[in-house]
Design a protein around this ligand. Structure first.
Ligand code: NOJ
Ligand code: CA
Length: 721
């Protein structure tokens, strides 16, 4: 469905030259050709190409104006949702935003089903129509604009084919714009070049203003350069209901894209985070392509939660051979106890130079966690604070503070390796780099060999603090390339990765399925030592940050008041306990932590049973209801099983839903174990009561879900024999 619609429809210039020239003897050709080319450059021939999605609801018109400037517009369900908006790149020495000439175009379709290595569903349909507009600047440098139009949105990117007019390429700016047609409601976080760990706001586009974030002490490292700019993915909704999210997909060899506002606040423009000179957006070599600019379109908020555009815009899995080492899993760890002040990451007291009494990562404590994991069917134990360097951690600005092959004296790596193997559990090895990238890169091969020699095959990386080399931003090309290098290096060695403080994911887990999860947002940890996450936080994250890929949010806090080890500690988790359970279903990730301490789980075995039962890999997912920032109810079927799980959560308002169980198999009865907010439960003053009961259900039954303020609901549905 790719129509060339031009009123006079002139043939492309090279066709004209060809027919014209063939009418003249060879001799004259030398004069005529240059004449024609320069005429062609003065007034480009307008081009207008429309591409429609397979269902016809999404239409993208790609145009080249009379000054040779590319642009596009998008309509959805018959309404213009992106008005004509600029496209193009400013390269050093080549202006690829105007004065361009169309030298051809072609259309294509894609239609295939692919199976993710792990995921929310067994199979994903990749079906779209596409157009390539082939452009050239006056010097002959080629640039193609590629559009793919799916039923759930559109992707646009720039491609530079192999071209000897400029093998090296330096992108100074990308002007891709998104001229939205309404002052939409937006759920946004500020455009911080160095951190994506801010809270989210919900305002109209005209009210986007990050001034109040400036000077906020959390997160620790930050760089907000423009208070009228937003992080991506950003999700917006019109008063008529339709939802649009803008994100980047397949971000490789390029900075991450944030969005700035124009005079008209609904007119957004890409701001690709630059390198240390604060100018260059990317350097590369041809052939080169930018990431995709993804525009997700859905008729309602529920659609956003099952949108697959970003995954479809990413390349297929690049890891060859056996993939059985990539294992979705639940894990526990020596982690929360540091965040709430029970133990420390560091081994030595900096003032006295003596070992502290409560270093967390000691052999006996690790064994305790291994035992707990083995007993409860968890395959991973994260251990933080195991290696030397923590005494100097936290934005020391120094390189080489951590050694990733040198455990602290009380951490017996050989014994832990032996014990873990005996119990069938693996340590998730922590590599906090403190964002000192060259130090980490230098140590990576040895660090990976060391952990593999001890039988461990998963890392959690961390990049807290300002980046070294100084001046680079967490969201710039330098860091994007580093994070992606880590994925490739670890894939070669069969190591899974959970990355903290990375660039926001952009669907790369399709290509590198060893990329299990990333933080890239404000996780549960903020509840332990900051003003915390409000009850709408997770309900905003799943519609925004989560679109790029799974988050390591670390749910499962059972002791919601955090003064267990420090009577003066006022911080608390602002959810009910049932909502912590719901998160295992609603917050999709192939790795899920049971983040609280074993002793806190042992106090509540009945509630803990849900965490023991819930899987991390799924065959099917259904969104039963959803409103951005307010509530969501999701049902998922366990991978290769007939068991279903349901999670529902709400913001600070209590709600009641009736959901139809029409996803169950016909004719089967199921035993449903329900975990409901108990009587008078409330996230602020009564978060603990959970009412656990069993009922019998069948396909088509209506299930009533009552959620307390800040509450949640979880259920496990097992077919009865
Ligand atoms: C921040 C990470 O998000 C957290 O999970 C980790 O415990 C600390 N950094 C220390 O590396
Ligand atoms: Ca963090």
């Amino acid at each position: 469905m790719n129509l060339l619609i031009l009123p006079c429809n002139p043939p492309p210039i090279d066709v004209i030259i060809h027919t014209f020239a063939s009418n003249f003897p060879d001799m004259k050709l030398q004069f005529i050709l240059p004449l024609f080319i320069s005429l062609g450059q003065l007034a480009a021939q307008p081009v207008s190409l429309e591409t429609a999605s397979p269902d016809g609801q999404v239409r993208v018109r790609l145009s080249l104006g009379s000054n040779g400037e590319p642009s596009y517009s998008v309509s959805f369900m018959g309404k213009e949702v992106v008005a004509p908006s600029a496209l193009g790149l400013q390269l050093r020495n080549h202006d690829m935003t105007k004065g361009l000439r169309a030298i051809g175009n072609r259309s294509f379709t894609r239609s295939e089903n692919w199976k993710p290595v792990w995921g929310e569903v067994d199979q994903i349909a990749d079906q779209c129509n596409g157009t390539v507009l082939e452009l050239q600047d006056a010097s002959g440098l080629r640039m193609d604009i590629v559009v793919r139009v799916y039923d759930d949105g559109a992707g646009i990117r720039y491609e530079f084919p192999e071209n000897d007019k400029g093998r090296a390429l330096i992108v100074m700016d990308e002007i891709t714009s998104f001229n939205l047609t309404e002052d939409l409601q937006a759920w946004w976080a500020p455009s911080d070049w160095d951190s994506n760990e801010h809270t989210y706001r919900n305002t109209r586009l005209s009210q986007v203003d990050a001034t109040s974030y400036l000077g906020d002490i959390e997160p620790f490292n930050q760089a907000i350069k423009n208070v009228r700019a937003m992080l991506t993915p950003v999700t917006m909704q019109s008063d008529n209901g339709y939802c649009i999210s803008i994100a980047d997909a397949a971000v490789q060899d390029y900075g991450a894209m944030h969005l700035e506002q124009g005079q008209n606040p609904a007119h957004l423009r890409a701001r690709v985070i630059p390198g240390a000179d604060n100018r260059v957006v990317a350097t590369g070599r041809m052939p080169f392509n930018t990431p995709w600019r993804a525009i997700l379109l859905e008729k309602d908020a529920a659609g956003i939660l099952s949108n697959r555009l970003i995954l479809n815009l990413n390349e297929p899995c690049k890891i060859e051979g056996d993939l059985s080492w990539i294992k979705p899993q639940k894990y526990v760890g020596i982690w929360w106890e540091m965040h709430i002040g029970k133990s420390t990451w560091y081994y030595t007291d900096k003032n006295t130079g003596k070992p502290v009494p409560n270093h967390g990562a000691n052999t006996a404590n690790v064994k305790k966690y291994i035992d707990f994991a083995a007993k409860n069917g968890f395959s991973g134990v994260l251990v933080e604070g195991w290696n030397t360097g923590w005494e100097e951690w936290f934005n020391s600005g120094k390189e080489e503070i951590f050694d990733f092959t040198k455990p602290y004296p009380d951490y017996d790596m050989d014994e832990i390796s032996r014990y873990a193997r005996e119990k069938g559990v693996k340590i998730i090895v922590h590599h906090e780099t403190s964002a000192a990238v060259p130090s980490y890169v230098r140590q990576m091969p040895a660090a990976y060999d060391y952990m593999k020699q001890h039988g461990f095959d998963a890392i959690k990386t961390g990049y807290v603090g300002y980046v070294i080399p100084k001046g680079q931003w967490h969201d710039g090309q330098y860091m994007v390339n580093h994070y992606n290098d880590v994925l490739r290096e670890t894939a070669r060695r069969q190591i899974m990765v959970v990355a903290h403080e990375p660039t926001c994911p952009s669907g790369l887990h399709r290509t590198w399925p060893n990329f299990m999860a990333a933080e890239a947002a404000r996780g549960q940890e903020y509840n332990a030592w900051s003003k915390g996450n409000d009850p709408s936080h997770e309900l905003t994250l799943i519609f925004t940050r989560w679109l790029g890929g799974p988050m390591d949010y670390t749910p499962g806090i059972f002791q919601l008041e955090l003064n267990q080890f420090d009577a003066n500690k006022k911080e608390r988790v602002r959810t009910t306990l049932a909502k912590q359970l719901a998160m295992y279903v609603t917050l999709y990730s192939p790795v899920q932590m049971a983040a609280d301490l074993p002793e806190n789980y042992e106090k509540r075995p009945a509630e803990f049973q849900f965490i023991r039962d819930v899987p991390t890999d799924w065959s099917d997912t259904r969104i039963l209801n959803a409103a951005v920032g307010d509530y969501a109810t999701i049902a998922r079927r366990k991978k290769n099983s007939q068991e279903w799980f349901i999670g529902s959560m709400t913001d600070e308002l209590n709600r009641s839903f009736k959901v139809k169980l029409d996803f169950l198999e016909k004719g089967k009865a199921y035993e449903a174990t329900l975990y409901e907010d108990g009587e008078n439960a409330h996230y602020l003053n009564n978060p603990y009561p959970v009412n656990i009961r069993k009922i019998k259900v069948r396909k088509g039954d209506k299930l009533t879900i009552n959620l307390a303020a800040g509450g949640g609901f979880a259920a496990k549905l097992t077919p009865l024999k």
